[in-house]
Design a protein around this ligand. Sequence first.
Ligand SMILES: C[S@@+](CC[C@H](N)C(=O)[O-])C[C@H]1O[C@@H](n2cnc3c(N)ncnc32)[C@H](O)[C@@H]1O
Length: 198
Amino acid sequence: MSPMDWNQRYEDHDIPWDKEGPSPVLKWILHRQRTVFPENAKAMVPGCGYGHDANLLATHGIPTLGVDISAKAIAGAKARYHHPNLHWQVGDLFADLQEHSVDCIWEYTCYCAIPPAERDAYLHAMHRALRMDGLLVGIFLLDSGTPPEEGPPFSSTLEDLTTRFGTCFDLEWDRWPPVSSPGWETRERLMCWRKRAV
Ligand SMILES: C[S@@+](CC[C@H](N)C(=O)[O-])C[C@H]1O[C@@H](n2cnc3c(N)ncnc32)[C@H](O)[C@@H]1O
């Protein structure tokens, strides 16, 4: 569905988004507000890349499925991380996710990789994958420094996110992330959406 050859980017080691470790905001959440993720929840990380965030969730006792369209990325994730709570899937999030299979989703740098024309398809795919009342928690890029139609990464606006996700999710809370890289304090938003019946 995406025009970008993601697997080739991993084959070429052309992956500037990979920070060789989990996202600081997920670390913060798991240390300071672990209850964001429900007790006994099963999680999914779409577009998990080398699986750093999926592994962090797993080590905090959350069985986690990392999904990526790139076989090379998933091979890299499998080589790096072996926690028993971890599961991996090479798959297209638009086509290959099992319905109603997870309680929560951690979104980080996947939504902004999706071209704007595919955003509704993304949100319907996340909605389908979640169990009823499941949570979609994550960071959403508000300003990539490039025009909205240029990317990846593709930036969004709070208005667009609120309107679009509001069609089938209820907003639990949103805030500026508790930790951001310098200069990014107001360029990304931490949001928590709860699946609603539609
Ligand atoms: C910008 S990268 C971020 C990777 C990872 N979240 C990280 O922070 O290192 C976007 C990821 O989404 C994956 N991706 C893009 N389109 C996808 C799709 N349709 N289904 C599953 N994964 C996809 C890419 O292969 C890539 O690993």
